[in-house]
Design a protein. Structure first.
Length: 476
């Protein structure tokens, strides 16, 4: 199995570096060369996880009253002066890191595993900070360095900003897909120079958008990064609120999250992107590629495209990514239609499509954690030598310039149990959130319960499928 292009090459390289090599090369999926044999047949785990999710549905309807919103939270007041100082400090640190990404990306080492820009963007920020946002607190929204930079460049227009066009949420979805394409398909994600230039382009586009529509409309609706972190932050047990910090039950913030139609597509796309990354490492994907390249009907066209300079592997991966997202959105649409019918058709189908999307967010975060935990634990260690010698000039500022990646910090067995636990817990929390949404939408308990039968079937199937995907590189 060949390694996927994109930022996952960083952890491949980390594995090879730990073994003494100096350049990226193919490695075993999830960065492990070892095999972990499950103590029970895989089918037992799939069935057990499916039963756990199904029982969580029964428990929700037995013990949780429909229509009741979660109000168990505690606001911890923070003095205004301290709050302003903390926000200014966070924004200053974030802006300094953004400057480091640009400067070191342009003038630092060429290697993606030795440059601050590539390792920070794809390991620390895209994986680690996203998990921190969902599991702890959203700090991107109050300390957004992009917004801080743009605020210093855009003067306030005398006539005020224009309204965003209808369907502006599609811009956030398009931006998310573009980032995912960079991550999973393109070679640019492995080039520090290219990543620095992409950041510059993003800043330029954001500057133009804010100049035209204003900061609040743009960052609140259309900016993909602001949309991503504010959405993930709704799941976190801590939240920044006016006057202080709110301590709440994990997932309780999703009760007030109604993302709209494009926001629902955004959340479903988050799940689909991680699913495609996992599928692209399985024998199923390898077999599909083999079938496509050997097909007598498709082969002449592929040869013609290759002779025209098209990278066939990138083309197929791009098609696979878009097809997975499209299939996921279609599946969610079919689910919402089934919920609409099971609920007696008393609520508009479009309202259901928007209202139940938040219940999928814990699943998206669980997939993110399950799929990338080894990547974060291994490739994250690359930051130690990088911070000691950020410009590749032979410095050793922290005494860690020669530090190698330690593979022993996490093993295949650890990854499996973390993944299984995260997926079952994520689906269980999604069940509770979906139950609460059904109680708010449908007029009586019977309709609310019936509406969740299709949701139960969907989540049970998704749980088993996701565990099967994660198990492929380990047990297959």
């Amino acid at each position: 199995m060949t390694c996927a292009p994109g930022r996952r090459a960083t952890v491949r390289a980390a594995t090879v570096l730990a073994a003494g090599a100096l350049a990226p090369s193919p490695a075993a999926a999830h960065a492990f060369a070892e095999r972990y044999d499950l103590p029970l047949p895989l089918g037992f785990y799939l069935a057990g996880a499916a039963v756990a999710v199904a029982l969580s549905f029964l428990g929700s309807f037995a013990f949780l009253a429909p229509g009741r919103t979660w109000r168990l939270h505690r606001d911890l007041p923070v003095p205004r002066g301290i709050a302003r100082a903390a926000r200014a400090t966070l924004t200053g640190v974030a802006t300094a890191i953004l400057a480091m990404v640009l400067v070191i990306g342009l003038f630092g080492p060429d290697s993606p595993t030795r440059n601050f820009a590539t390792v920070f963007i794809w390991v620390v920020w895209w994986v680690g900070f996203a998990l921190f946002t969902a599991l702890v607190i959203d700090l991107w929204t109050p300390a957004n360095p992009v917004r801080a930079v743009i605020a210093g460049l855009v003067p306030r227009a005398a006539g005020g900003p224009r309204e965003l066009p209808v369907g502006a949420g599609a811009m956030a979805v398009t931006g998310l897909l573009a980032i995912s394409w960079l991550e999973l398909v393109s070679d640019w994600s492995e080039s520090p120079r290219a990543m620095a230039l992409i950041v510059v382009i993003y800043l330029g586009l954001t500057l133009a958008a804010v100049s035209r529509w204003g900061a609040e409309p743009w960052f609140g609706t259309a900016d993909p990064l602001a949309r991503l972190f504010s959405t993930l932050g709704a799941l976190a047990p801590l939240a920044v609120v006016p006057g202080g910090i709110r301590l709440r039950l994990p997932g309780s913030g999703l009760g007030g999250l109604d993302p709209g139609g494009w926001g629902a597509v955004f959340i479903v796309s988050l799940i689909a992107i991680v699913l495609f990354d996992g599928l692209s490492e399985t024998p199923l994907w390898a077999g599909l590629l083999d079938w496509v390249t050997r097909s007598p009907d498709l082969r002449p066209h592929l040869i013609a495209l290759r002779e025209a300079g098209v990278d066939i592997l990138k083309l197929l991966r791009s098609a696979g990514l878009m097809a997975t997202v499209g299939a996921a959105v279609a599946a969610y649409g079919a689910l919402c239609l089934a919920v609409w019918r099971a609920g007696g058709r008393t609520v508009p189908a479009g309202r259901i499509f928007s209202a139940f999307a938040a219940s999928l967010l814990p699943i998206a975060v669980a997939y993110h954690l399950a799929h990338y935990v080894s990547y974060l634990a291994l490739a994250g260690q690359l930051m130690l030598p990088i911070l000691s010698d950020p410009l590749g000039l032979g410095w050793d500022l922290l005494g860690t310039a020669t530090r190698r990646v330690q593979l022993g910090v996490i093993g295949a067995q650890d990854v499996w149990w973390i993944a299984a636990g995260a997926l079952v817990a994520g689906h269980g929390l999604s069940v509770v959130v979906a139950h609460a949404a059904a109680g708010r939408l449908f007029p009586d308990r019977r309709r609310a319960i019936l509406s969740q039968v299709p949701m139960m079937v969907f989540m049970v199937t998704l749980t088993a499928a996701s565990l099967w995907i994660l198990a492929q590189p380990i047990v297959a």
